[in-house]
Design a protein. Structure first.
Length: 479
């Protein structure tokens, strides 16, 4: 009797963002028959309209700031007129060229990801995917599923990675020209004369910071006591102080009731009747999951009250063979988390070894100037008694390398468990905090003590020296 080969496991993935992309690669690596359905482009919003283009824009803003601030380090720029007299040049931003570059980078990154998937043997389908029961996916043409051509894919495992879209409000509907979501900013041909930003969360703060550095007047409307509500209070205070020092107008405890277009720009009306006039307005009031029209309810996939897909620590939904990853789920809306969830989902579905995702150990970063990076337990949780711990904060300006670089704003904050000295959290505010947080992420992930962190050698002088200095200052926290 001839030997019968076992059929390959079939995996269907809806959405090619970080979660779907990593799920597809993991499945192909494990020998599964993988089909990825994507309606816009591989990489999803993270690559095409969110993380890649926005952080590219922020990099341009940082370069602009570096030029302006170089005089503090003794570097001066001059041009000479016809008579040979020196003049200070202006830092000019060609936003059309900037946007062209960053969108090209996004397209190239998307194409690179697509090539990697095809090389790995993943079957790619362009269109709108939705569940057809619990064991199949229907793919229709058109990015909204309105097409008439259909493909039906039977699957043993289904991974949903459909992302989220900017939240819009009826009283301030974007028009793509003057009233914009963050996905529409890249259509601008020049730096706005006066950008009004509604919403002081991560997205609002990042773009407010970037456009102020690019030369726009910026008014940031925040409904809360401080910018970046929910973040470390000390970190948010540093950012708000920098914003104001750089000439940004921050309207705290001010809720925007409406935004409308005028003959020359936009008019934002606050709940208390005050008005703010500007040339453009960015609406940054959160995101909504792209979970409508996917057949989730019919298949029995549970959602929370906001439409996010409920998942457990291995990214499994309420239906055993259906998983979900990324911003469409109840987990942290970070590209790194989406990627980890995609891999974890496929490894679990195929019976591979899996470490359940520990969201508290995820490092997050806010790309303002300076940046804010965080990991682990927070000072607020320590103060509220949720976890016993000690907090130590060291100003970055005391660091010798920071002095050399002219850094005046920022700090390193360590949080250690009382009794053992184990590092359980940290906050870094400063240039490239996204890079500096990694040692603390390792410490939190692997349960290192402050003494173990302090014993590691850092280069002198270096900004990372502040981390070991702070750890050394906490030497007796566990005695």
């Amino acid at each position: 009797m001839p030997y019968e080969f076992e059929r390959k496991q079939r995996i269907a993935i809806i959405g090619g963002g970080p979660g779907g992309y990593e799920a597809a690669l993991a499945g192909a690596q494990q020998g599964a028959e993988v089909t990825l359905i994507e309606r816009v482009g591989v990489g999803g919003a993270a690559v095409l309209t969110d993380v890649v283009p926005s952080k590219s824009l922020i990099s341009t803003a940082e370069a602009s700031n570096s030029i302006r601030e170089a005089t503090d380090l003794g570097v001066q720029f001059f041009v000479r007129d016809g008579s040979g007299k020196p003049h200070h040049p202006e830092v000019a931003i060609n936003l059309a060229a900037v946007n062209k570059r960053l969108l090209a980078l996004a397209r190239q990154q998307s194409e690179d990801l697509r090539t990697a998937l095809v090389t790995a043997g993943v079957k790619m389908l362009s269109g709108h995917g939705r569940l057809d029961g619990r064991d199949a996916v229907v793919v229709s043409t058109g990015d909204d599923g309105s097409g008439t051509d259909f493909d039906r894919i039977d699957a043993d495992t289904i991974v949903l990675s459909v992302g989220a879209s900017p939240r819009v409000l009826p009283s301030m509907m974007p028009d793509g020209e003057r009233i914009l979501t963050w996905t529409q900013l890249y259509n601008l041909k020049s730096v706005p004369k006066h950008l009004i930003v509604v919403g002081s969360g991560v997205t609002g703060a990042e773009f407010a910071s970037a456009y102020r550095a690019l030369g726009a007047e910026v008014t940031l409307i925040s409904s809360r006591d401080q910018v970046l509500p929910g973040e470390d209070v000390d970190a948010a205070a540093v950012i708000e102080n920098v914003f104001k020092r750089n000439g940004m107008v921050v309207l705290s405890k001010s809720r925007a009731a409406s935004v409308e277009r005028t003959a020359t720009g936009v008019l934002a009306t606050l709940a208390d009747g005050r008005t703010v006039e500007g040339s453009h307005c960015l609406i940054a009031v959160g995101a909504v999951p792209n979970t409508t029209g996917l057949g989730l309810e019919e298949a029995g996939v549970q959602l929370d009250e906001t439409g996010h897909i409920r998942v457990n620590r291995v990214a499994r939904t309420s239906i055993p063979n259906i998983y979900a990853a990324g911003d469409c789920t109840t987990e942290m809306p970070l590209a790194s988390v989406a990627s980890m969830m995609g891999r974890t989902a496929v490894y679990h579905a195929m019976g591979d070894a899996v470490n359940p995702i520990e969201i508290r150990n995820v490092a997050a970063n806010i790309f303002t100037q300076p940046e804010i990076a965080t990991v682990g337990w927070t000072q607020k949780e320590i103060e509220e008694g949720v976890r016993r711990g000690e907090v130590y904060k060291m100003p970055l300006e005391s660091n010798p390398r920071a002095k050399m670089m002219g850094i005046k704003d920022g700090f390193v904050k360590l949080i250690a468990s009382r009794g053992t000295g184990t590092v359980i959290g940290g906050v870094i505010v400063g240039p490239k905090a996204s890079e500096l947080i990694f040692p603390l992420t390792l410490a939190v992930e692997h349960g290192l003590t402050v003494d173990q962190v302090a014993e590691a050698f850092t280069v002198y002088p270096s900004l990372t020296g502040s981390i070991t200095d702070a750890a050394r200052a906490m030497h007796k926290v566990h005695y």
